[in-house]
Write a protein that binds this ligand. Structure first.
Ligand code: NDP
Length: 333
């Protein structure tokens, strides 16, 4: 049973040395537990935050403990009445090939609804993040201008498409021409900007948004967000979803202070955590599943093969290796 533990807290960008592979004995499930075999695991930007020893909404990962995160697996041993051998389940047991997990900590996956990997992406945490950020804070309307940063990532591509469904004009910001082409040609984004090619991001936003910005779904923070915020309209809404550009910084990056712009435009900037919407996950998932079925939402997954590639897949999030949800395939069902 191979496991990956946090060997050291990364300084700056995470590196392979921060992770250690361990060969542990196969766990024996206690009463109330089942043994699961990992099929797919999720690597996510928020995990970088948990590698720091600082107070946040989720506790820091302990050194030399298995890195926990979204996982999909198959029950291989169960004496519990509600779960049978062969059942497909999702949970948070993380970066290990096998785990003994409490039945209350896992949910059965409905394979009729979507391919299993979708439960770590479009119908999982990242899809739900896009859904609640838009539904509860962004609230895009027909004809409004919506800007999404990190637009070709797992959250961003769903957020942009949700805005398209209501008839908004959607501008996506991403870090490669391939990603931009995908957003424009496959997903129908109205304008795409490759921030790595734009010398003056603020001017690019101004050109892309002649009527100003009504909603800015922020996945990245930093200079990209400074540029977008300069162009917000009266009563703009800004769901603060992520700030990935700052996760590897050793010193805080101050940048522009947007308070005056928020004030004079009576704008709402609100941070949110998807976990706080847990009571409504069922409703959100049903809505997303319906849109996927109707073809209003498409999504992409970047699947790396092999448990041993997990640290690389995680590190790749910070160099933009992924188009869509980054997953690691560990085994076949
Ligand atoms: P993504 O699939 O978007 O992967 C990360 C992407 O971020 C990369 O592909 C890269 O794309 C981009 N990126 C990396 N570094 C930078 C940088 N310095 N500047 C600009 N872009 C960068 O990840 P997710 O969709 O899972 O997450 C997106 C954001 O949402 C993250 O900030 C994450 O922390 C946040 N999040 C928040 C949640 C909440 O509850 N609030 C829940 C889930 C995610 P590119 O090639 O375009 O640079």
């Amino acid at each position: 049973n191979k496991q990956i533990v946090l060997a050291s807290r990364p300084e700056g960008a995470p590196s392979r040395e921060d992770f250690k592979f361990i060969d542990a004995p196969l766990p024996e499930p206690d009463a109330g537990q089942v043994l699961v075999r990992t099929l797919y695991l999720s690597v996510d930007p928020y995990m970088r935050g948990r590698m720091k020893d600082t107070k946040s909404y989720a506790p820091p990962y302990a050194l030399n403990e298995v890195i926990k995160g979204g996982t999909i697996g198959q029950v291989v041993e169960s004496s519990e009445p509600n779960l049978r051998k062969g059942d497909l389940v999702s949970g948070m047991w993380g970066w290990q090939q096998y785990a003994a997990v409490n039945t209350g900590d896992i949910s059965l996956i409905d394979t009729e609804e979507a391919p299993i990997t979708a439960y770590l992406g479009a119908l999982g945490m990242t899809g739900l993040t896009a859904y609640f950020g838009m539904e509860d804070i962004g609230k895009p309307k027909d004809g409004e201008t919506v800007v999404v940063s990190g637009a070709a990532g797992a959250v961003g591509m769903i957020a942009g498409q949700i805005a398209k469904i209501v008839g908004a004009r959607v501008i996506g910001i991403a870090g490669s021409d391939e990603k931009c082409a995908y957003l424009k040609e496959k997903l129908g984004f109205d304008v795409v900007l490759n921030y790595k090619h734009e010398e003056d991001m603020s001017a690019a936003i101004e050109r892309a948004c002649p009527a100003g910005v009504d909603v800015y779904f922020d996945n990245v923070g930093g200079e990209i967000s400074d540029a977008v915020l300069r162009h917000i309209n009266r009563n703009a809404r800004i769901p603060l979803c992520g700030q990935i550009s700052s996760y590897n910084l050793e010193k805080p990056d101050i940048g522009m202070r947007p308070q005056t712009l928020l004030l004079t435009n009576t704008a709402l900037m609100k941070g949110f955590l998807v976990g706080d919407y847990a009571k409504s996950f069922k409703e959100g998932r049903a809505k997303l599943a319906k849109w996927i079925k109707e073809g209003h939402i498409q999504f992409e997954e970047n699947i790396v093969e092999g448990f041993d590639q997990t640290p690389e897949a995680f590190m790749g999030l910070f160099s933009g290796d992924n188009l869509g949800k980054q997953l690691v395939k560990v085994a076949d069902p």
